[in-house]
Design a protein around this ligand. Sequence first.
Ligand code: GDP
Ligand code: GDP
Length: 454
Amino acid sequence: AELADLGTDDSSEQEAGHDSGPQPVVAVVGRPNVGKSTLVNRIIGRREAVVEDVPGVTRDRVTYDATWRGRRFTVVDTGGWDPDATGMALKIAEQAQVAAELADVILFVVDAVVGVTDADEIVGHVLRGSGKPVILAANKVDNQQMELEAAALWALGLGEPQPVSALHGRSSGDLLDVILDKLPETPQQRFGVERGPRRVALLGKPNVGKSSLLNKLAGEERVLVDPMAGTTRDPVDELVQLGGKTWRFVDTAGIRRRDRELKGADFYASMRTRGALERSEVAVVLIDASEVLTEQDLRIISLVIESGRAMVVAFNKWDLLDEDRRYYLEKEIDRQLIRVPWALRANISAKTGWHVEKLVPAIDRALESWSTRVPTARLNAFLTDLVAATPPPVRGGKQPKILFATQASTEPPKFVLFTSGFLEETYRRFIERRIREEFGFAGSPIEVTMKIRE
Ligand code: GDP
Ligand code: GDP
């Protein structure tokens, strides 16, 4: 039940989709007993405290929606750690790192009464190197005399300590103001509204039909951008109007250059492919359907997988196939593309134009998947049911639990499962499959990783 019991305001969670207005994330870190849970309750404005004198209680309740002065954000309580655990320093550092990865802003809570401990020093060190804005909350400053103690926390090198009393609410409004102040307009890893035309890399081995397809797609509508006369090695992109939208096909110069595939050019071809992927959001991989899938085709697909880009695989020269061959090919393709069952496929003929128009919705769909964010509450509700129906296998006599999950990023979507123990590879793959079934993601790679909280 701990997974479903998240957030206070269900209406704030929208359907999965890239328009769901990702909220900035504030991660709360700090030693046990410094008052993180109390402070989180204060921030989310919840009356009843979930604070209990049970060690580790915060582990099960870690994400909340908060609103302050009309601004919405997500609060993640990264939980405490067991102070008796061996390798505590490592755990502390890791917790801070997780926070730094996930968050837009980090709220580091220190107990002003106790002062700076070794553990606080370690966290401070990690956070200073994180590049993320850090707010240092000096908690348990219940009265004015205590402010002096708060000042001692300057020693952490994280700027001005913000005195607060989570318990009594003293200065908590001021702290929230400071948090608001540091919230970015655009949460991390998401593009702004003016992202410009979406960027497509058209890939494939020589003679597969890249230029033919580009000609077919672009027609007369093409616009060359970044032309650098005489320097054929510089990428030249083309803006192409398709399906009522403008697309940027990256490095089309490489496609057009006729001297491009000289002997021994494998290395350069792969460099070029990498470069194009680097600059693109989605890859269209062309494969010659009249031939068997070659090493080179699979190598290109591997490069796309490596890059984390969305992918559409287009089987070209379909006009050259007879019925038998088509049937055989479908089977062959399923087998060959077993690593990327999620890639969207299209059968086309660049020469005749047959089904070429089907590429645009596929590219669109892949990009949409790539940018999708699943709301945290929905993700956790889904996983709660999933785990209840199919629990992870017992390991070393213990039943690992998924305590909490979050989509840490989009483009590509990456999920982090916080667990109480090791989840077998097969079980993680099962979860990945089910996440795909539930939330879509056709055409996009997704990543599911776990962070074990012991
Ligand atoms: P966490 O382990 O960091 O989540 O800490 P908790 O929120 O569970 O708080 C630990 C203890 O500190 C509890 O007994 C709280 O009542 C107490 N506490 C939290 N905030 C304050 C505060 O601002 N002032 C005082 N005096 N006690 C506090
Ligand atoms: P690139 O090297 O990948 O840019 O490939 P090209 O576009 O230059 O095409 C190589 C050859 O394949 C040319 O002779 C094209 O006419 C031919 N070709 C491209 N697409 C098709 C197709 O869909 N069907 C057939 N039959 N031939 C094609």
